[in-house]
Design a protein around this ligand. Structure first.
Ligand SMILES: Cc1ncc(COP(=O)(O)O)c(C=O)c1O
Length: 398
């Protein structure tokens, strides 16, 4: 079945974060029913990571049929849920998992907070690798966990890990955990097997538990290596939410091969009575994993064509901005340092003058200043209009 990703769908009045709220200066969401993103002179929101595409038809049909049933009482996870997740991991990524390794949580960010509480004690440290998805830092801050930053090295647009620094930080006896982002948001890198093997080696030698956030694993333009195929002593955070645009259904699968780590996490969840998955989230996840592969293949081809277009457009019309083409994710990391603007001015320039609302690079932490992140998971016509506006705004100041 051919999917039409070109169709523009109005998301007004659906309480969607991307089109109806904005991130305030203090990093909280502010509802903006004021019409900033709708109507005449509206901005184009290309910030928070969800897509303007509807989920696969099979998912919509399954949810509609279930909704029409009308009874939404207490629900058990279906017997086919775990096998569907396992089958996806095997066929899509070559990772053999057992259904009993899966612990379902209402999202990965909540899982990260709970993992930090379950596995890291007072005064202990967690390594993160900025610039990185900003909730890594905020969940650790909220839980009063100390952060050790292992900053990524940007070598002429190509990022790599600083293994010497990682080793130094891992050797600190207070360091208990590393939160790895693979593929890495916001830089779009898919870590290579040898890089992940080195991470595994360092962490194992120093008794540092690896949490591998693989939420973007399906959205890759080159082969992806699940951390679990390198080292089974890992906690892997996965979901169908990013892949199939189901984030509002708040369902993720935390895959924990090691029985004692799993038991420790499950005990933590039980202690907080966090054990029931919602009806719709698990149904959508299972349906997407069972019937959605064709849809994802077409999505990746569509995004790849958009990236081809963007690459040429930036090179030709906005060479001052360096587009770092993602190997994974639908998020494009734009190096705007040549524009010489501080972080707030850079964001304001594009949101006010171009009416394109991008994510500020600086919120991803150290190394993010001077960058912007652009979410391109929207019909190509919208991407083209955003680029046209950005170019016009830049032309007008030169
Ligand atoms: C790396 C990463 N982890 C987690 C999330 C969000 O996960 P959830 O919606 O399941 O909390 C995102 C969303 O953009 C992300 O980029």
């Amino acid at each position: 079945m051919k999917v039409n990703f070109d169709k523009i769908i109005n998301r007004a009045e659906t309480d969607c974060a991307k089109w109806e709220t904005v991130m305030s200066e203090t990093n909280s969401f502010v509802h903006e029913r004021s019409g900033r993103f709708f109507g005449e002179n509206a901005s184009i929101p290309m910030w928070i990571a969800d897509m303007d595409f509807p989920a696969p038809k099979e998912v919509v049909d399954a949810l509609t049929a279930r909704a029409k049933h009308g009874i939404y009482g207490y629900t058990e996870s279906s017997l086919t849920y775990g096998p569907a997740v396992a089958n996806w991991m095997k066929t899509r990524h070559g990772w053999d998992i057992h259904p009993e390794w899966i612990v379902t949580t209402p999202g990965i960010v909540p899982a990260l907070a709970m993992l930090a509480r379950a596995f890291v004690g007072a005064g202990e440290k967690v390594i993160i690798q900025p610039p990185v998805y900003y909730p890594f830092k905020s969940v650790l801050d909220f839980n009063e966990v100390e952060i050790a930053e292992n900053q990524l090295i940007n070598e002429n647009g190509r990022y790599r890990m600083d293994f010497d620094d990682l080793e130094r930080k891992a050797r600190d006896p207070q360091t208990k955990m590393l939160i790895l982002c693979n593929p890495h948001n916001p830089i779009g890198l898919v870590w290579a097997r040898d890089e992940l093997s080195r991470v595994a080696e360092i962490c194992r030698a120093n008794d540092v538990l690896v949490i591998s956030d693989e939420i973007h694993a399906d959205l890759t333009f080159q082969p992806f290596t699940p951390f679990g195929t390198i080292d089974a002593n890992v906690i892997v955070c996965t979901a169908a939410s990013k892949t199939f645009n189901l984030a509002g259904l708040a369902t993720s699968n935390i895959i924990i091969p090691n029985a004692s780590l799993r038991e420790k996490f499950q005990t933590y969840l039980l202690r907080h009575a966090l054990v029931d998955a919602g009806i719709f989230g698990s149904l959508a996840t299972e349906t997407a994993y069972t019937h959605g592969a064709y849809w994802l293949d077409q999505l990746l081809a569509y995004l790849s064509d958009t990236l081809d277009f963007m690459e040429k457009y930036f090179a030709k019309h906005m060479p001052q901005i360096r587009m770092i083409r993602p190997e994974g994710t639908y998020l494009v990391w734009l190096d705007c340092r040549a524009l010489n603007m501080d972080a707030p001015s850079l964001h304001r320039f594009f949101s006010d003058r171009a009416r394109v609302y991008l994510e500020q690079g600086a919120i991803f932490g150290t190394g993010g200043e001077g960058f912007l992140r652009m979410n391109i998971a929207t019909p190509r016509k919208v991407v083209k209009e955003a680029l046209r506006r950005m170019r016009e705004a830049m032309d007008n100041v030169q």
